[in-house]
Structures are given as structure tokens and as C-alpha cells.
Design a protein around this ligand. Structure first.
Ligand code: NAP
Length: 347
């Protein structure tokens, strides 16, 4: 099978670099277009990018030219993976959609649009059908904010069996979530910053769409109360989250919650998507896991880890959740969404 040609928008950034790394040996996708700002345009990728990952820049990407004008995209590039800065993502993504290119975006701009699926496909893969309500030939799909992803995946799995009334979540987030160069070392070393611009608002709204129900071509939002607090710490990758949940009726036992999460089988598994895992959740019994450094790479960064599942004296249960913010929480999650889109549209 000839590989599907794809582009990476925001190719020089933290998420863009992850896209390039993760797509290097992808069985379906091959990069043939890179876009970044005018500052990087007309330069070779290796010259324009301050590469920060622990594998080398792929050979076929090093000497690709970066463009800043969407009109320079080759005709045969079918899917654009977007890690664009929020300030520009709306305009550029819409331009590509009007050119007939499908957009798989990490940026916040399109997430809450009525006709745009916001996907954690292990929880709401059926929301992909919203693409048929979009008028452009190029369809737009999105993945949530990285801090939303992990606790919503866990809550979303539990909510299907035991409807949730309210959620309280506190995040301990990595600096790669702020992009590159992000925070200065003087600000973050020996420090915890108790605020991340816009993060709490996203964590309190995006899960309601994700855990909502698709009815008559629109999403009926979940009516769960969510309170969140976001903190930035001096960790490179991996968001750790403490999650408390209150259920709408009689709560499950701790053992029932553990069994449900442990036995969770991804509904994508039978679709044979290259990035899907059969058991994307691991549950720890020991008290000191998950830990960010040790567990963020579970399933090559595509898994979600849970531990310390116990009773909560105010809510019903509480636990610690961990995931890799630039892989499952950004580029890897988007690649999985793109694979689902390819299946859906038979590209
Ligand atoms: P970043 O490191 O700052 O990268 C931003 C990218 O956007 C760079 O490639 C930059 O190119 C490009 N860009 C900026 N202005 C542009 C313009 N006018 N035209 C074209 N390209 C332009 O940011 P990031 O952390 O990768 O985040 C990218 C997006 O993903 C954001 O919307 C962010 O909220 C979202 N996100 C990030 C994470 C994460 O963990 N980092 C997780 C989930 C979602 P130049 O290098 O040429 O300036």
C-alpha cells in the first residue's frame, strides 16, 4: 500500500517535533510537507529547528524545506497534523480545510466548535461522525488539552458504567507542556508554579464534550461538575494528576473500580489501528506508583497509568493518574485520531 502523504504544521515546536519522531516509521503515513512561522520558512528543517528529542531527526526530514504559506502545500498531502501556536492555528487550519486537506489538531482553537469532534477515542470514538456535519471537503478533528486527556480517559471509562456527578482534579504538569523554549530555568528550577494560563478552564469544559452523547448530529454535553487546579513543576515530560470522583448513585467498591480499569479493552482494538493498544490502562497496587519518570513511557507514551485507588472521605474515590503529555496528550493521541479518520473516510 502506498503511504498517505501528510504534513506537519508547527513542525519546529515541541509537539511538531514529536509528530516527526512518531511518524518516522509509521506504516500508513509519510511526511512530505512542513510548515512553521516566517522565521523558519525557506530553511531546511535541520537548520531551523532546535531538536530536543532523544532520537536523531529522521534522515528524510533533515533536508525538507519549511514553508509558511499554506498554498505551498503539495496537492497530494491529504492530512495535516497541527501543532500550531494557538495565535495562528484557527486561521491556518481553516485555510487548509478549505483546500480539501484534513486537519488533525492539537491546538485549542477548534476543540469546542459544535461540528468538530474532540476525541479521546478510547472513550468517544463515535463522535468522529460529527465530521459529516462539516461543510468543507477537508475535515477537522481535535484532541483535548494534554492535562484533560488522562483524567478524562479514566473518568470516561468509569462514567459509562457508574455515572459521575462531580470531579475534583489537581495536576502536577511537565514543562514540555509549555512548548519550547517555554519557561525560563530561573522561573521553574527549585519551584512550583500554581497557575497555567487557560488550563483549568479547559479541564472543566473539554471533558463535558468528550463524555457527552452524540444525538441527532450534535453533542449533548455531560452534566458533571468539575473543579480543577493546575500546577507546573520542574519535570520535562509527564503530567501527574490526583483525581477524586463522586458518582451519581451508589458508588462502586474500590475493587470494582480497579477491575473495571484493569480489564478495560480499547474499543479501537479490533480496528487494527497501528497506534491503538488493547489495554491502554495499567493499574498499580503498590502505594508509590505511578511515578512520572518511571511510568510516563508506558506503551511508548500512549498508555495511561493509575494507582493509589482508594476511598475519598468527601468524594467517593480518589486516585493518582499519569500520562505522557507530548505523546498520548498531544502528537501520539493525534496520530491515533488520524488513523481513526482514515478508517472512517476510507482514505
Ligand atoms: P511551540 O513549541 O511554541 O511550537 C509552536 C509552533 O507554531 C512552532 O513550530 C512555530 O514555528 C509555529 N508558529 C508560531 N507562529 C506561527 C505562524 N504565524 N505561522 C506558522 N507557524 C507558526 O508550542 P507546542 O508546545 O508545540 O504547542 C503547539 C500547540 O499544541 C499549541 O496550540 C498547544 O496549546 C498545543 N498542545 C501542546 C501540548 C504540549 O504538551 N506541548 C500538548 C497538547 C496541546 P516557529 O518555530 O517558526 O516559530
Amino acid at each position: 500500500m502506498e503511504k498517505i502523504k501528510v504534513g506537519v504544521l508547527g513542525a519546529t515546536g515541541a509537539v511538531g517535533q514529536r509528530f516527526i519522531q512518531l511518524l518516522e516509521n509509521h506504516p500508513w503515513f509519510e511526511i512530505n510537507f512542513l510548515l512553521a512561522s516566517e522565521k523558519s520558512a525557506n530553511k531546511l528543517y535541520k537548520d531551523a529547528t532546535n531538536w530536543k528529542l532523544n532520537t536523531p531527526i529522521p534522515e528524510n526530514i533533515k533536508n525538507l524545506m519549511i514553508y509558511s504559506n499554506p498554498l505551498d502545500a503539495p496537492k497530494n498531502t491529504k492530512i495535516m497534523f497541527s501543532g500550531l501556536d494557538n495565535s495562528i492555528a484557527l486561521e491556518i487550519e481553516q485555510k487548509f480545510a478549505s483546500m480539501g486537506k484534513h486537519i488533525v489538531s492539537n491546538s485549542k482553537n477548534h476543540r469546542m466548535f459544535e461540528r468538530v469532534p474532540l476525541l479521546i477515542p478510547e472513550v468517544n470514538h463515535e463522535h468522529i461522525k460529527l465530521i459529516y456535519t462539516q461543510s468543507e471537503k477537508g475535515k477537522i478533528i481535535t484532541n483535548p488539552n494534554c492535562s484533560t486527556t488522562f483524567f478524562t480517559l479514566i473518568a470516561g471509562v468509569l462514567n459509562k458504567k457508574w455515572p459521575i456527578e462531580s470531579i475534583f482534579v489537581v495536576t502536577i504538569q511537565a514543562i514540555s507542556g509549555a512548548g519550547y523554549p517555554g519557561l525560563s530555568s530561573y522561573d521553574i528550577l527549585d519551584n512550583v508554579i500554581p497557575h497555567i494560563e487557560g488550563e483549568e478552564e479547559k479541564m472543566e469544559t473539554e471533558p463535558l464534550k468528550i463524555m457527552g452523547k452524540l444525538k441527532n448530529n450534535r453533542i449533548d454535553y455531560a452534566s458533571i461538575k468539575i473543579s480543577s487546579s493546575a500546577n507546573r513543576v520542574a519535570v520535562i515530560d509527564g503530567h501527574l494528576e490526583t483525581l477524586s470522583i463522586k458518582f451519581s448513585s451508589t458508588p462502586p467498591s474500590i475493587d470494582e473500580v480497579k477491575t473495571e480499569l484493569n480489564n478495560f479493552i480499547s474499543p479501537l482494538y479490533n480496528l487494527n489501528l497501528p497506534s491503538a493498544h488493547k489495554n491502554p490502562i495499567q493499574v498499580f497496587e503498590v502505594n508509590d506508583r505511578p511515578q512520572t519518570r518511571i511510568d510516563r513511557d508506558f506503551l511508548n507514551g500512549m498508555g495511561t497509568s493509575v494507582g493509589r485507588i482508594r476511598k475519598d472521605s468527601i468524594f467517593d474515590i480518589k486516585m493518582t493518574v499519569l500520562g505522557h503529555n507530548t505523546i498520548k496528550g498531544a502528537a501520539g493521541g493525534a496520530i491515533l485520531n488520524a488513523e481513526l479518520l482514515v478508517k472512517e473516510l476510507n482514505i
